[in-house]
Design a protein around this ligand. Structure first.
Ligand code: SAM
Ligand code: DTB
Ligand code: SF4
Length: 364
């Protein structure tokens, strides 16, 4: 078994990223085979349980209220709606449902209680449940864990340096603190980022340094290619080349050998051959379903055809870790603390975010 290292330098990671491609692929595929079954791919289904109207200014995100995008906002879904969607996902071969909310952070109250009930409901369907709800306190993470949450997604998104060029309403350290809060529970950590936002290769390496430093390293790392959405500050970013995606996946696999590497947003831009190269390079998870949160994703049937063609099998739930127990709300040992955590708000000016906001105002 190759050793899990927490002391990678940016230079070492860049050297790996820039290796001749055949060597990079061979090394990544070799490490992949030592730690994972190369023919098994975990399949997650995304569900946007609360869409749009978000107070944050994330430059990539169509759900930020301040930008003028073409998405339809929605209030929090009901538990019954979520259950119906989870059953659909299960019947199409997904082992995990990942529920996303366009929130800056979790707030104690009836909406969070409703999310906890969604977690209980999906866990009882014997599926892995993941949530991505923004920043959480330790108490909120404990309540999610008690409801039966399997994973919490909270992306670092980029290097600490480039993060400041994309988001001004919260700081990188808030992301790390949330991950730390999740780590204090038995919920697994899912954290990755986006490439194609105009960052340098150094930033991609910097993000990987930050992820490898985490101890333990995240159980899953989503690698998203930016979906450039009209109206967002990053609307004019050129799509990244498949070679960048393959290099990023392979490098992630090498420095995070035990982690599940998820080929995330951006698959509609990739050919089947391109995706096959990513699986060879160590990607072993995807988001399936014809929608990500608000943007398109490949059709499920096409994905299943691709799996058949490549001889890949969807991973069954709870292979990596036991199914968590669900504690009912009435038996909970944690109470809502009604905390008012002081998550940061650097509020520095990001020119392209300002321009997109002005454009949205002019259109109102
Ligand atoms: N509001 C919560 C938060 O930001 O943590 C959870 C939902 S947020 C939409 C989850 C992740 O989706 C972001 O961290 C980002 O990595 C990814 N994402 C959002 N918009 C994207 C886009 N246009 N292209 C690629 N990834 C995107
Ligand atoms: C992640 O890393 N990617 C997913 C999930 N975690 C929540 C979200 C991708 C969103 C892409 C843009 C959209 O559909 O709104
Ligand atoms: Fe809000 Fe999350 Fe989108 Fe940022 S990424 S605007 S926090 S939904």
């Amino acid at each position: 078994m190759s050793e899990v290292r927490h002391n990678w330098t940016k230079e070492e990671i860049l050297d790996i990223y820039n290796k001749p491609l055949m060597e990079l692929l061979y090394e990544a595929a070799t490490i992949h085979r030592k730690h994972h079954d190369p023919n098994t791919v975990q399949v997650s289904t995304l569900l946007s349980i609360k869409t749009g109207g978000c107070p944050e200014d994330c430059g990539y995100c169509p759900q930020a209220a301040r930008y003028h995008t073409d998405i339809e906002g929605n209030d929090l879904m009901t538990v019954q709606q979520v259950k119906a969607q989870a059953l659909r996902a299960k019947s199409s071969g997904s082992s995990r449902v990942c529920m996303g909310a366009a929130w800056r952070n979790v707030k104690d109250g009836p909406e969070f209680d409703q999310v906890l009930e969604m977690v209980r409901t999906i866990n009882k369907l014997d599926m892995e449940v993941c949530c991505t709800l923004g920043m959480v306190t330790e108490n909120q993470a404990q309540r999610l864990a008690e409801a039966g949450l399997y994973a919490y997604n909270h992306n670092l998104d980029s290097s600490e340096e480039y993060y400041k060029e994309v988001i001004s309403t919260r700081g990188f350290e808030d992301r790390l603190e949330t991950i730390d809060n999740v780590r204090k529970t038995n919920v697994t950590v899912c954290s990755g980022g986006i490439i194609g936002m105009g960052e340098k290769e150094e930033d991609r390496a910097g993000m990987l340094v930050a992820l490898t430093t985490l101890n333990p390293q995240p159980e899953s790392v989503p690698i998203n290619a930016l979906v450039a959405v009209d109206g967002t500050p990053l609307e004019e970013q050129e799509p990244i080349s498949i070679w960048d995606m393959v290099r990023m996946v392979a490098t992630t696999r090498i420095v995070l050998p035990e982690t599940q590497v998820r080929l995330s947003a951006g698959r509609t831009q990739m050919t089947r051959e391109g995706q096959a190269m990513c699986f060879f390079a160590g990607a072993n998870s995807i988001f399936a379903g014809d929608k990500l949160l608000t943007t398109p994703n490949p059709d499920v049937n096409e994905d299943m055809e691709m799996f058949k063609q490549l001889g890949l099998n969807p991973q069954k739930p709870f292979i990596k870790k036991m199914q968590p127990e669900t504690v009912e709300a009435s038996d909970s040992k944690y109470q809502a603390l009604g905390e008012k955590p002081k998550w940061s708000r650097p509020d520095h000016k990001i020119e392209r975010n300002e321009e997109a906001k002005q454009k949205a105002r002019a259109l109102k």
